[in-house]
Design a protein around this ligand. Sequence first.
Ligand SMILES: *[C@@H]1O[C@H](CO)[C@@H](O)[C@H](O)[C@H]1NC(C)=O
Ligand SMILES: *[C@@H]1O[C@H](CO)[C@@H](O)[C@H](O)[C@H]1NC(C)=O
Length: 485
Amino acid sequence: MRGTFALSLLTLALGAQAVISKSKLVTYVDVLALDNAFSPVEAAYWTGYPHHRRTPFSVSPDGKSAYLAYLDSSGTDVHVQPVNPKTFKATGTSVTVTGGKEAGGLVAQNDGFAILVNEAMPSGTANAPADNTPVPALYRYTNGKQTWKTWLGGPGVHDSEGRAASPDMNGDLVYSAKAGLYGAYFVVTDYSGDASGHFGDSIEYVTEDGTLKTIDGATSSWGCSHNTGIAFEAADAAPFASICAEDQGAIWLNTKTQGMTNDGVKISNENTTNGGGGEAMGGMSGSYSALARFAETSRYVFAWVSRGAVDVTANEWMGDGYTNVQNRTNGRNVAWSLFSDKYTKVGAQATSKVGTEDGDSQVNWITSGDNDCSNAHAATFGPVNGLITWEEISNPTCDFIAMGCRGDFAGTHFQQVNKNGEKVGVSFKSDNVYVAGDMVTYDAGLSTTKICWPYVSMDWDLSEAVAYGGSTTTTKKISFACLSR
Ligand SMILES: *[C@@H]1O[C@H](CO)[C@@H](O)[C@H](O)[C@H]1NC(C)=O
Ligand SMILES: *[C@@H]1O[C@H](CO)[C@@H](O)[C@H](O)[C@H]1NC(C)=O
């Protein structure tokens, strides 16, 4: 007895120091059988380079159920598959959101789930967007049956500011039990009003009974310009913690502003062009698990990829106080930032001083090599420790300014970090595990916490663009990986 007690004390003491390693990465290859085929490779905006098509994943608050959402390989219908959260095997037949064009975020509840999709409005809908352009919608299912559906764009949603559609569902859905709210942050294009024809983003809140709620200082009909990078995480009250990578030169913590005005917190200067900002939060099919909250605290951790910034000049188009920068590097490196609460960055903001040579002196880098890094994500183990992961390619060719690169896949990398802004231990890599869906924390608060996520077990070739017309690869099997410390 005494021996056992002493051992468990020792384990607890060591628990505080525990560090991730390759031996603690456990995989469940091809474990989840899908009812329908899934196409795991998506061609990115502008470059056509391969991205992992996101499969949203979520575990219920009581830990007893889990769900994985995926787009049918036909490109229409989003399926939600119940998953055993421990074995990752299918536990029942999937539910289909008919007409869904992308699975844009998933929240598991003890009695079902909520899912963010985009879909064409029913024909004959007055003031619907032209050409069946999909509109964002939030669904709630309880015990396998639809309980409500709420449009987050289209007619009836901020009509006077401009009606919104989402041709691509790039964004995320989060939920706060304390606030009793679902929050969704997603890319839109307006089809009426001042911003008609332009791309931007929108933040919408929905109550637990499915009512779209306009909250002053939290809801936003139009925020950051042509945004291919969103990070969003729940808070105990609206506004939830939000970040955007806009196409004018910066990444903003915009919890307070919901937009890209310079009274927000400037996390980073980024070289931008043609709507791109270096795919900072993953670009097409990204924008999930980039911002995570340390359990039982107000602190958040954020990871992104950046080419760095030199030569800060005035952004004449935006006006006083806004800047442009040149990129420091060819490939992108992984950067990270901490927030002491949803409004406050730890350490200096990025400079807006015209004439500054080093526009990235505030950045904390995780990597610093010549490889190009992409698909960065952040998750937390509990109150103290976090995990940052990314992919690398060697010998990168970066044909397009402010977009992704192509090259030889050089592994998925994992680095533990902590709430004090320190790297813990050294990173390790895997050549056959990827991150292609939400990173979920299991048992937050215990010393044995782990983080699990879905991916498709396949060869991962990042050396060339997806063939014209799109990838023909399909699968009916999803794999999972878990990393403990
Ligand atoms: C981004 O960097 C490129 C060089 O790679 C430069 O030509 C371009 O002007 C920069 N963009 C902005 C908005 O300054
Ligand atoms: C800047 O980035 C572009 C790709 O966005 C790349 O082609 C160019 O070589 C980079 N410039 C420098 C100085 O590394």
